[in-house]
Design a protein around this ligand. Structure first.
Ligand SMILES: *[C@@H]1O[C@H](CO)[C@@H](O)[C@H](O)[C@H]1NC(C)=O
Ligand SMILES: *[C@@H]1O[C@H](CO)[C@@H](O)[C@H](O)[C@H]1NC(C)=O
Length: 408
């Protein structure tokens, strides 16, 4: 029934969600966790920067924080290593090895440490000859590397796309690594960058990408700035006819990390990222310093009602409904005929402006007919109460901020 509503509402623009994703039983809702890249990048000098270099100590400290400060409880369970963990050479048997000074216990020991705390471990490799930072890539070693990760107890692989030889090799490599991971028998979540790199060369077949990957990046790395955030949001909206139908349980578009809790976003902009990443059914992979994060950002990232929108069991990716008068209206159908709605004020001057949220602009599949119950979740929680089916609700939205509302 839901599917019928959805199809009717979306018409020719957007198709049914839940085109079957990679069949490994993982990522039935968008993956949640922490990934080192945006905040810690490729810092390898542990003498000069002992507390921020890419080392087992950094990941052990983050693991401890994820458990003691409520992150795991809030749903963030993948602790993910990005580039720059590797030694510069493979070992004598061609197996990958971690940098011996920065990861003296090796990845297996780190995986054990992480698992003992109820978390899962993510790792990084590349489809080409070298990783983006120049460490040994997986080209020529897909099966061996998949087995090595399985032997170590890895739970997620982020597979980058630098230094590939041709479009054919890139696509073949992404397919082969997916099959190699499956053949290990270990359930390893597979996070791809296939469309990001293939986009330069061809039209991406998202049906196929979703068959091989649990999530995939479509555009450039996010940075700790409002400019970068706007770029990602605008790009997603511009390509939504292609992206939205591909998403569903097991398969997600990845607009890249949450940068909330760092330096570059104002409070209003942090609210916008959290609201839109939930609407977009994005993987919620934070990149920040969990040892030192302000309480307001922490509460935003751990907001259970907002996370519930992201993790909703229908698995529909939200989309932009309208863009007018420097406002953007997005919506995300939820299980049971509920709806999440966001309104962003994109005017970057002045104060709060009023947006009239009208039932007639919203999803036709909304289950409530006589009485709709409206709850504002961001920037602050507020229960508007019951409205009839033709409601029209004025919302006050600050510049570069977003109001997120749930309609039941
Ligand atoms: C491997 O693929 C098969 C067929 O799609 C699937 O049933 C199985 O669960 C997969 N195994 C793993 C470990 O991903
Ligand atoms: C896209 O991939 C799917 C699944 O692999 C395939 O069935 C379909 O023919 C492909 N579409 C195009 C246009 O190549």
């Amino acid at each position: 029934m839901l599917g019928v509503w959805w199809a009717l509402a979306a018409g020719a623009l957007l198709c049914l969600p839940g085109a079957p994703g990679l069949n490994n039983g993982l990522a039935l809702s968008p993956p949640m966790g922490w990934l080192h890249w945006e905040r810690f990048m490729c810092e390898t000098d542990c003498e000069k920067n002992p507390s921020s270099c890419i080392s087992e100590q950094l990941f052990m400290q983050m693991a401890d924080m994820m458990v003691s400060n409520g992150w795991l409880k809030a749903g963030y369970k993948y602790l993910c290593i990005d580039d720059c963990w590797l030694a510069t050479e493979r070992d004598d048997n061609n197996r990958l090895q971690a940098d011996p000074t920065r990861f003296p216990g090796g990845i297996k020991k780190l995986a054990d440490y992480v698992h003992a705390r109820g978390l899962l471990l993510g790792i990084y490799q590349d489809v080409g000859k070298q990783t983006c930072a120049g460490y040994p890539g997986s080209l020529g070693f897909y099966e061996l590397d998949a087995q090595t990760f399985a032997d170590w107890g890895v739970d997620l692989l982020k597979f980058d796309g630098c230094n590939y030889e041709s479009l054919e090799q890139l696509e073949d490599g992404y397919r082969r690594m997916s099959i190699a991971l499956n053949h290990t028998g270990r359930h390893i979540l597979y996070s791809c960058e296939w469309p990001l790199y293939a986009r330069h060369l061809s039209k991406v077949n998202y049906t196929e990408v979703a068959e091989y990957c649990n999530s995939w990046r479509n555009f450039d790395d996010i940075q700790d700035s409002w400019t970068s955030l706007k770029y990602v949001i605008d790009f997603t909206a511009a390509f939504q006819d292609q992206l939205v139908p591909a998403a569903g349980p097991g398969a997600w578009n990845d607009p890249d990390m949450l940068v909330i809790g760092n330096f570059g976003l104002s409070w209003a902009q942090e609210v916008t990222q959290m609201a839109l990443w939930s609407i977009m059914a994005a993987p919620l992979l934070m990149s920040n310093d969990l040892r030192n994060i302000n309480p307001r950002s922490q509460a935003l990232l751990q907001n259970q009602e907002v996370i519930a929108i992201n993790q909703d069991s229908l698995g529909a990716q939200g989309y932009r409904v309208l863009k007018a008068n420097s406002f953007e209206l997005w919506e995300k159908p939820l299980a049971g005929g509920s709806l999440a709605v966001s309104v962003t004020n994109r005017q970057e001057i002045g104060g709060a402006r009023e947006f009239l949220l009208s039932r007639s602009d919203l999803w036709k599949g909304l289950a409530c007919k006589e009485k709709c119950y409206l709850t504002q979740l961001l920037p602050t929680r507020y229960e508007y109460g019951s409205f009839n089916a033709s409601f029209c609700l004025p919302l006050s939205v600050n510049p570069s901020s977003t109001v997120l509302v749930r309609v039941d």
